[in-house]
Design a protein around this ligand. Structure first.
Ligand SMILES: O=c1[nH]c(=O)c2[nH]c(=O)[nH]c2[nH]1
Length: 315
C-alpha cells in the first residue's frame, strides 16, 4: 500500500508479522569501459549487481524511505566508479563499491557486490589499429543437410559470436521525420552478436565435397576480419562487407545470410557526478540489451539462387 501521509512511521503491533532477511539494490548494471592507449583500446565489460542491507525495517513496515539509498543511485555509482576504477580487477572494483556503500550511508551495514566479467580477445587482422574484439567463449556452430535422393543442400552457420569495434564506426545522414531524436554519431561503438548461415554450391554426391571443417574455420576468419577492417558507416555496410568477403574468398559458398542485432552502447552522462566521460583516455558506456536494431540481409554469388530463408530461426 502506498504511503499517503507524512506521519511518523510506526512499528507494527506485536501481532503483525515480522520482517525477516531483506536486501535490495540494482541488479545487472551492464557497464563497458573503453580505455584508450592511443590507437590501442582495452575493454572492461562488467555486469554488476549491488545488494544492500541494514536498517530497512521502516521502509517495509511503513514506507518511510529515509534510510533507502535509491537503487538508481547504486547504478550511477557503478558507472562513476567504472570511470574512476574501471581498469582494476573485478575483485578490487567490487571492494571499492562495497566499502563506499557501507561507509557512506549510516543505514547500510552490509553490501554484497556480484560481478560477472565478460572477456574479449583481439581480432587478428591485417589493418591498422587495435580496436576490434571478439568475445571469448566458443560460438555455436550450426549445420543443416537436406537430401532428396538426388541433390544435396548443405547450409552451415554459427550463432552467438559477439564482436565489437570500439571505434571506426559512424552513423549519420539518415532520413529524419518528426519522431527522429537519434543524434548523429561520428565515432561510436559497433557491437553485434553474429548469427550467420552460408549455403554451399555442392549439390551433387558424385563431385568431391568441400572440406567442411576447413571451410568453417575460413568463413569464421573472413567474417571476423571483414568486421574488424571495415570502417563502418552503418551496420548494414559492415554486414555486406562480411558477406562479400566470404563470397570473394570461398568459392565453395554461393549464398550467405546474416542476422545482426545492433548491440547499442550509450555513453553515460557522468557530468552530474563531476566526471567528464568520453575523454581521450577512456569512456564508460551503458550496454543496452533491448530494444535493439536488427539488420538482416543475404549476399549472393552472381547468378545464384536465394534459398536461405529470411528468418534464420527457421533454419
Ligand atoms: O548501423 C545502423 N543502422 C541503422 O539502420 C540504424 N538505425 C539506428 O537507429 N541506428 C542504426 N545504426
Amino acid at each position: 500500500m502506498a504511503v499517503t501521509s507524512r506521519a511518523t512511521p510506526s512499528r507494527p503491533s506485536a501481532a503483525r508479522p515480522v520482517l525477516g532477511q531483506n536486501q535490495y539494490g540494482k541488479a545487472e548494471t551492464r557497464v563497458v569501459r573503453i580505455t584508450r592507449d592511443g590507437a590501442t583500446h582495452h575493454i572492461k565489460d562488467l555486469n554488476v549487481s549491488v545488494s544492500l542491507s541494514g536498517d530497512m525495517n521502516e521502509v517495509h513496515y511503513s514506507g518511510s524511505n529515509a534510510n533507502v539509498l535509491p537503487t538508481d543511485t547504486t547504478k550511477n555509482t557503478v558507472y562513476a566508479f567504472a570511470k574512476e576504477h574501471g581498469t582494476e580487477s573485478a575483485e578490487q572494483f567490487g571492494i571499492h563499491l562495497a566499502r563506499h556503500f557501507v561507509t557512506s550511508q549510516p543505514s547500510i551495514h552490509r553490501a554484497r557486490i556480484r560481478i560477472e566479467e565478460y572477456a574479449w580477445d583481439r581480432i587478428e587482422h591485417g589493418a591498422e589499429g587495435a580496436h576490434s574484439f571478439v568475445r571469448t567463449g566458443q560460438e555455436t556452430r550450426l549445420a543443416q543437410i537436406t537430401y532428396d535422393g538426388e541433390r544435396w543442400e548443405v547450409v552451415a552457420g554459427l550463432k552467438d559470436l559477439t564482436v565489437m569495434n570500439s571505434t571506426n564506426s559512424e552513423f549519420w545522414g539518415y532520413a529524419k521525420d518528426r519522431y527522429t531524436t537519434l543524434p548523429e554519431a561520428y565515432d561510436r561503438v559497433l557491437a553485434t552478436e553474429v548469427s550467420g548461415r552460408w549455403r554451399f554450391g555442392w549439390a551433387d554426391g558424385e563431385k568431391p565435397a568441400p572440406d567442411w571443417d576447413e571451410s568453417y574455420e575460413q568463413v569464421r576468419k573472413h567474417l571476423l576480419q571483414a568486421f574488424a577492417e571495415t570502417y563502418s558507416l552503418s551496420l548494414q555496410q559492415t554486414l555486406y562487407a562480411m558477406g562479400a568477403r566470404i563470397i570473394d574468398h570461398r568459392p565453395e559458398i554461393d549464398e550467405v545470410r546474416f542476422s545482426l542485432p545492433n548491440k547499442h552502447h550509450f555513453l553515460v552522462d557522468l557530468e552530474p557526478f563531476g566526471l567528464s566521460n568520453d575523454t581521450a583516455d577512456s569512456a564508460v558506456y551503458f550496454a543496452a540489451d533491448r530494444p535493439y536494431g536488427l539488420i538482416e540481409a543475404t549476399i549472393l554469388r552472381e547468378g545464384c539462387e536465394e534459398r536461405i530463408p529470411a528468418d534464420l530461426t527457421n533454419l
